[in-house]
Design a protein around this ligand. Structure first.
Ligand SMILES: [Zn+2]
Length: 349
């Protein structure tokens, strides 16, 4: 039977391409590059990632990325991974998707970042799913490097690249450290979505917003300010600014940003009136899909199908894709909502 999460038309705003490979693809790519693989087959590889996801250690969790980036470091591999990510999202019931990656990571493997972006965009375009690419910069690197990533994103603006992001270890690397890169992207008309409030405090969410981010990756620590007289103004400012949180429930549990799905701050933030939606972050590392994230929320939190539909509509409103793609996605979600309402069984249950 199709789950409600699968049937719901979904808008995917936060998924890392180097965190979402198919196991079989990763196996083949490692083999093609002659790199050692942690398991003899796709199932064993899946178990290896499963163990990393539940190790309770961010260091262990991040080890998976060394493996995927090394495996992806050829132009055909990048194109394949991007294409398969879009296809997987489409087959999972997504109606619009934005994928992200840090192209400069491939330079140490001998690939020019410009060529990497070209291959990724070509891969996404091979799928019929409306999608776009967000260029990430790694925030633990010097500002000269993030500026280079921003310049790359600007060069591809309007040719498949839709936004700029700061990813990587958040704590100790506030967004303000990279203000020059952010200004460069913003001045060129590129949208900003920044990882913030995942491993650092609620204040970072507002710092990112004041630097021009209209969306925030995670932002879950903003929930700490709810009902705190000294910090409630942060929540109010987030709402006033209309920022949208891209919440990734399973990922937050795996990296320690939330204790469990049942105790995840997504409910408190949503009830407080913050615009947000739910996403996968890293399908491979977190052993999840967009449908499963929806099903987890329905099973373990008080959120209803109606809440999830409204989150999807918020996600459409904040997508960086063009008006045509957003209008199509909105119609698909509304049509599903209306059909389910008429069906009488699921909405609001
Ligand atoms: Zn992320």
């Amino acid at each position: 039977m199709t789950s409600t999460g699968r049937a719901l038309p979904k808008v995917l705003l936060h998924e890392h391409l180097d965190g979402g490979l198919r196991e079989q693809t990763l196996l083949e790519l490692l083999d093609a590059r002659g790199l050692p693989c942690p398991g003899p087959d796709a199932a064993a590889l899946g178990r290896w990632f499963d163990a990393r996801a539940h190790a309770g250690s961010l260091v262990e969790f991040l080890r998976g990325f060394d493996l995927t980036v090394a495996a992806m470091a050829s132009l055909p591999a990048l194109e394949r991974v991007a294409f398969e990510a879009a296809e997987d999202a489409r087959l999972d019931g997504c109606v619009l998707a934005e994928f992200r990656i840090a192209p400069l990571l491939f330079e140490s493997h001998g690939l020019a970042a410009e060529a990497a972006v070209e291959a990724l965009v070509a891969g996404l375009r091979r799928s019929s799913l409306p999608s776009g690419l967000i260029v990430c910069a790694m925030r633990h690197l010097p500002p000269t490097e993030t500026l280079r990533a921003a310049q790359l994103a600007v060069a591809w603006h309007g040719r498949g690249v839709i936004a700029f992001d700061l990813a990587g270890a958040e704590f100790g690397h506030p967004p303000g450290e990279h203000h020059e890169a952010l200004e460069r992207a913003r001045d060129a008309g590129l949208a900003l979505t920044l990882h913030a409030g995942e491993a650092d405090a609620a204040e970072r969410v507002l710092e990112a917003a004041r630097l021009g981010a209209t969306r925030i990756g995670h932002g879950v620590r903003l929930a700490d300010a709810i009902g705190d007289p000294a910090r409630q103004a942060l929540v109010e400012e987030a709402i006033e600014r209309g920022i949208h949180l891209e919440v990734c429930p399973s990922s937050n549990v795996h990296t320690g940003a939330a204790r469990s799905i049942a105790e995840h701050p997504i409910v408190a933030l949503w009830r407080a009136g913050v615009s947000l939606s739910f996403h996968t972050d890293n399908r491979l590392m977190s052993r999840t899909t967009a449908s499963q994230e929806a099903d987890h929320l329905l099973a373990h939190t008080p959120l209803s199908v109606d809440d999830l539909v409204r989150m999807e509509l918020e996600a459409v409103r904040h997508s960086f894709l063009g008006t045509d793609a957003r209008a199509l996605a909105q119609r698909a979600i509304e049509a599903w909502r209306d059909a389910t309402k008429n069906d009488g069984s699921r909405i609001g249950s």
